[in-house]
Design a protein around this ligand. Sequence first.
Ligand SMILES: Nc1ncnc2c1ncn2[C@@H]1O[C@H](COP(=O)(O)OP(=O)(O)OP(=O)(O)O)[C@@H](O)[C@H]1O
Length: 754
Amino acid sequence: MLYGRVDELRKETTARHAAVLGQEHAGTPQAWLERDIAAAMYAEELTRLRDVEEGLYFGRLDLASGGRRHIGRLGLSDDSEDPSDGNDYEPLLMDWRAPAARPFYTATAASPEDVRMRRHVRTRARKVLTIDDEVLDLAAAESAGSGSLTGEAALLAAMSRSRTGRMTDIVATIQQEQDRIIRSPRSGVLVVQGGPGTGKTAVALHRTAYLLYTHRDQLAKRGTLVIGPNPTFLRYISQVLPSLGETGVVLSTVAELYPGITATRQESAAVAALKGDAAMIKLMAAAVKDRQTVPRKPIEIQVDREAVVIDRAMVTQARGRARRSRRPHNDAKEIFLREMFSAMTLQIADRLGRHLLDRADLDDIKEELSSDDGVRATLDELWPTLTPQRLLRELFGSPKRLATAARRLYTEEQCAAMLRADGDGWTAADIPLLDEADELLGEDSRTARKQEEQARRAEIAYAQGVLDILDMEEDLDPELLRAVDIVDAAQLASRQEERRYETTAARAAADRTWTYGHVVVDEAQELSAMAWRVLMRRCPSKSMTLVGDVAQTGAEGGADSWSQVLGPYVAERWRLEELTVNYRTPTEIMAVAADVAAAIDPDLRAPQSVRDTGVPPWSLRVPPGTAPQALTRLVADEVDEVDDGRIAVLVPAAHLNELTAALADEPSAVSTPGASGDLTAQTTVLTVEQAKGLEFDSVLVVEPQAILDESPRGLNDLYVAITRTTRRLGVLHTGDLPAVLSGLHTRVDSDSAV
Ligand SMILES: Nc1ncnc2c1ncn2[C@@H]1O[C@H](COP(=O)(O)OP(=O)(O)OP(=O)(O)O)[C@@H](O)[C@H]1O
């Protein structure tokens, strides 16, 4: 019945969409625009109705006070029922985010919230697979421990499912501790700390959907930004929000936040950490100040027949005035120029005899000075107009400039490491620096206005071209209206302009200065101090959800504690919520992970698993040089074990190419995710950094000692690596097994073990 209602809605929306698209074009550009907006709205609604297909209905509450509630991905009402006829109006299906649906996630036998029975319904392709009923009565309350799970059977079924390379939503089995976070108020900074597999990512995404539902008006206008660590991860989570009926959220990495620039170049983790350090704030400010120069010696310029002298005192004074305005560099240039032209005008006037000149004469002199190429070029040298790109290129391209700006902030060796050759592309760590530079430089408003005008003219010329082509059509019936009769080039151009950025998400993503209504950061522990500055600028209201685990920090410049990260922005005004149950990794594997966690920090407690698989995690030692062959066999074994599940081979970065090549002939289609972030192949070879936030049915970790040695946070990386699995874990090594992994079972492999 519910699917029938969805089908009806789809049919109605399709018909409306088609009707709008088929409308006659006659009318004003405004009418066209309205038509486009309506068409986009119906298209979006159709996508929404399509995306909620799987698992549309998943829960039922039978209330002690009588009545039932059916809970699903979206709210559905019965069209035939008239809400005004006085009957109690119950929807056919209640959106899971509605307040009345909440007991589905929070009611317990001890605190039943008027729920007598909770039913979990699992479906696939419109067929009911299973039904699990929980009766919340006194007997259940007595037998249940205090930390019991909600809908245990459904939860266990969800956890043991084979993985597909795409994250799925958890809407049917959200647990109480997760629900509290999902529905926590929007304002302020909320930090969700939790060990691996505790559902931080899932919770962050469901919270996003919840906030969009509850604060639709505000968030639709300002948009929501979700930040992830890399494109592979973003692709991995990209289906979750649409499956919850939400589109239009901007998913991005920090490296994509500077519109128009793509970070393509790799650099070492150590250099990235230097560029991410908070010392960069001072370095960048110093770099800008260094560009506001005072000449060593007086400069003499011939203007017409008069010589004008630019000396230190004159420039120092003009520079002081401009700096004291506290305006960004490019904006403050206006003041610098004004001061300089005044001083030069007075200099000439004094020489000519100031008392002989009136205001108009002085204006003439000023005019002459400001239109003189020589004068302008000299002043441009003293206070150049800078773009962020130019500032950074010239700073990191010049040992001298860098040494001056970095004085007392970075050592000589550190500066040498940060130098770059002219023509080098941008790296991910450069993006927050470009953003910082943009803030310090400000817009050169005259240039910006000029560029805008040029772009508008180009747009009109293009539109004119389009109209000309339409008009050239031969055999045109003279009775028919031609395009040029209805619209002129300027109208067509402005219509294009408005269409280009029709959704909030698209507009937000294209604008560096856009501020979002809510920002969600996943794997938040990885961000550098400079990256945090970018995100805080994007969210002045500081309505943010930050999820992460300081025990999993891999980046050298990443976080050791949340107060260290947030202190500069909100002092102590942030809330902490913790997640404690691991829904991903089985008990046997978490026992090994707990040893690694203890080696990172003895106070660290790895999260508790809620299930075991009976499959012990193992290690296999093979002779040096034979790891690639052994790996090929092990992958083939795992393919047999996981059916259609997913396998990850996690390797030290230095071995990535060699081992990917070794597995190239493996029939399970090995891939590295690459820039596209694709994880659809059954077996994927990844570095630990690339595997952050992901999960697989089976994980093979290769050369754990090299993973430990590769980074100052090697233990954290190893912790991440062994907690990526939902079922099986194997470790392949040629040297001694690191002591922290001694909890693994030693596998004896007749073919290759030593
Ligand atoms: N309530 C739940 N019901 C079913 N599955 C769940 C639930 N909570 C979490 N999971 C599953 O547990 C797995 C781990 O969740 P998620 O990736 O969100 O954890 P995480 O805390 O972000 O992990 P990590 O820090 O290791 O990246 C996912 O497969 C998720 O679907």
